[in-house]
Every structure is written in C-alpha cells, then in structure tokens.
Design a protein around this ligand. Sequence first.
Ligand code: SF4
Length: 471
Amino acid sequence: MTGPKHSCGVVGISADHDIVAVLQKALMIIQHRGQESAGISVFDGMTIHTVKDAGLVQTALSRSRIEGLHGNMGIGHVRYATTGGKGVRNAQPLTMTTAFGVVAIGHNGDITNYGNLRKEYLANGAVFQTDSDTELIINIMSKYLGQNSNPILAIRATMSEIDGAYALVLIINDRLFAVRDPHGIRPLILGKIKGGYVAVSESAAIDALGGQIVRDVVPGEIVEIFKDSFKSNMPKFTCPYAHCMFEWVYFARPDSVIDGQEVYDVRRRIGVVLARESPAKVDLVMPIPDSGRAHAIGFSNESGIPYEEGFMKNRFAERTFIMPDQHERELAVSTKMNPIKSTVAGKKVLIVDDSIVRGTTLKQLVLMLRKAGAKEVHVRIGSPPITAPCYYGVDMKTRDQFIANGHSVDEICKIIGADSLGYISISGLVEAIGIPAEKLCLACLNGQYPTRIEGERERFQSTLGDSSFQS
Ligand code: SF4
C-alpha cells in the first residue's frame, strides 16, 4: 500500500492455436505490474502485428481493438514507466525492421548503462524514436542481427553490451525467445499450457491459463519457445544471482511462485519474523490492505494476537501513485481507505504494511485510526528501511524521497505519529525469503549494487559487459 511502484510485466506464448485472447488474459493477471499501457505483438504466419495503447489491458486491448488479430505466437507487455516517458510512444511491445527481419520486444527492468550506450549508438548513426531503454536493446540487437543472422548469437552479443535488469520476450521473424539477465534481478518463468508453452513474469498467469509451471528461466539463459517444446541456451559462465527482494515483499501477486519461493508464504514468514523481532502488547493485528495482509496474518499467528480487518479499501479508487503531486496523493488516501470504527475504537491496534518509501500515506492512516478512536497505533513494516535508489526497474530513483534517509526509526515513528514502529531486519527478511543473501538484490536496503553503477558501491566483481557472455 505505501510501498514503491511496480515495474513492468511481460508474457510470450507459442501454441498450436490462436493465442490473442490467451495473451490478453495473461496480461490481465499481471496487470498489477503496470497500469500505464498495455500491448501485444502477434505473428500471424507472415508478419508481426502490434496493438498497444495507454491504459489498462481491458481498455488498451479491448475486444474491438484486438478483433481481426490472429496468430499462434505472440508477446505482451504491461508498463509502468521507469526509464523513458509515460507517453503512448513508449508503450510496448516495440517493433523494428532490421537487416535480418522484424523484431518485437517486451522488457521488464532497466538498463543501467543506457545513457552511455545511447550516446555511443547515436554517434554511430542509430535513430531513436523513443526515450525508452528497450529501444536501445532493439538497436543493439539489430546491429548484431545484421552481422550474424543467428538470433541466439545476436541476443547473446546484445547481453554482453547491456548492464542492469531485464526480463525480455522477443519475436525475431517467426521465432519466440525469453531472456533473463545474468543476475536474474526480475522474474521470468516458463509454463506448459494447453497446446503450447509460455514465458511470463509471474506464475499466477500460468495458473490462470490452466497450465503448469515448468521452471524459472535461469539467470543469463536464452530460451527459444516452440508450440510443443522449448530449447535452452545457457550462458557459458554464471554471474552471482541477485533476485529483487521486493518481488516477494510487495510487487508480485501472493499466488505467484518466484525462484522457487511462493510469495504468500514468504510474506507470512515475514510477519512471523516481525512478531519475534518487534513484539507489541496490543489488542489486535490488522493489515494495510491488500499488500500487508499476509504479513499481518503471519504476525498474528506467531504472536497469538487476534487478526482483524480494520480498514475498508475502496477498490474503485485510483491508485495513489498515478497522482501527479504529493497533495493529490494525500487526498487520494482518504478516498481509498476508511477505518472500521467498531474494530478499532478503544483498542490498541498494530498495523502491518510491506514497506515505507515517503511515509506520507502511513502518516495519514495512523491519523485516521486515531480519529476512529484507536487507543494506541503501533506500526510494523515487512521490509527493512529503504535508503538507496533502485536502478533496476522500480520507481525509487532518488535518495531524498526516502523517509529512512537521514531519520532514525524513532524519528520516523514520531513523523508518522505512531506509538511504536518496527522494521524487519535484513537478516530476518533473508530468512523469510528462504534464499541466501548472496543470491538476493538488497541494494535499496544496503547500498550494495549487483552491477556497476556510476557513483554507487558494487557488490560483485563480475559485470554484464564481461566477454564471458559471448557465445
Ligand atoms: S534495488 Fe531494491 S527494488 Fe531494486 S532490484 Fe534491488 S532489491 Fe529490488
């Protein structure tokens, strides 16, 4: 609820039947990953057709807009802008005609050496129609496809130039690929569906399509997807993994499984750890709906304190993050949330949320609870304090937006007006995720980045520009 903004979501499908409606359905399931624009590119046996627009999937890809579109292979994308503007011209998939044919691409993540590479490619005559890093990827790929008509070699060579986070779905002429960056920062998973195969950001979409999870795309892997199988192309050398911890804490759907860990289960365990690390003498535990719900259930189970729903959420209110300024965002909170007075009046309540970025929303929620008669309001947070920017596709770009930057936990507690505040520790979070710390990205918590970022501390020695990624 009070956490940072999502990145994007991607899907690619190859099947023995028309997949346009299937792509649309998959995008609806991963809609939470981006609401600014949606699009699909479909190969009809001859060429690639693309439909995309601003708005939610049901608007951008309404029945009238996709009727007449047919094909057995396609990719889809939902977008929340993190690099490049929010305009429709940056909506994805992007398509481009190269020396080797037509390429369509959908990208989740951010390319961290985008600025330098763009300058370099512009100087060498490349033309850019957007300010999106995805267009840079397509330009680099175009260069390599021109030099060598083998798409896998071209993708591998492109990977050797780009740094950062990328889960990609690609159609190159009549072939479909799924690609995950060598650190595996953003999720990408393979599934078997009726009459075909799918690669998608989150496994919940595979469930919704009536399919079965096959496995996660391995970091650095290029997977070619066919209607009846898939073929893997592994990197020659592996990088240290750095899966984004925020996928489990906040971004992903609770019913998704990412890198072997179910999101709901991780969130529940976070609540268990929080209850051990920051206990409180209160009458009830309640979530900030919906993202804090599993955390609060875990806290309640571990502490034995009753769980209650103390906020009513207006599901039809606009999401707070698309409000352009802070004042509008503040007004939006009361439209979106209302305390249930009979639950909280006269009680000592403990609210659990996934994370705090600015703290503005949380401050208002605490105040609302007091106005509704809560005797005490205690706050527990399912991620450690966020103090450093994210360069990997999450909308947390500057240090000055973080309340935890320059404020102690006690100071933040005072700012939000709570009686007590407790964050989960980094070691507690790692325990709850169930993946060793050295395989996670924790950069926004500890300032140690898995790739080279100018002016920031790098955690691992190897970089994505290493020649070891040349096939
Ligand atoms: S910096 Fe934070 S939000 Fe960004 S990828 Fe790493 S863990 Fe995720």
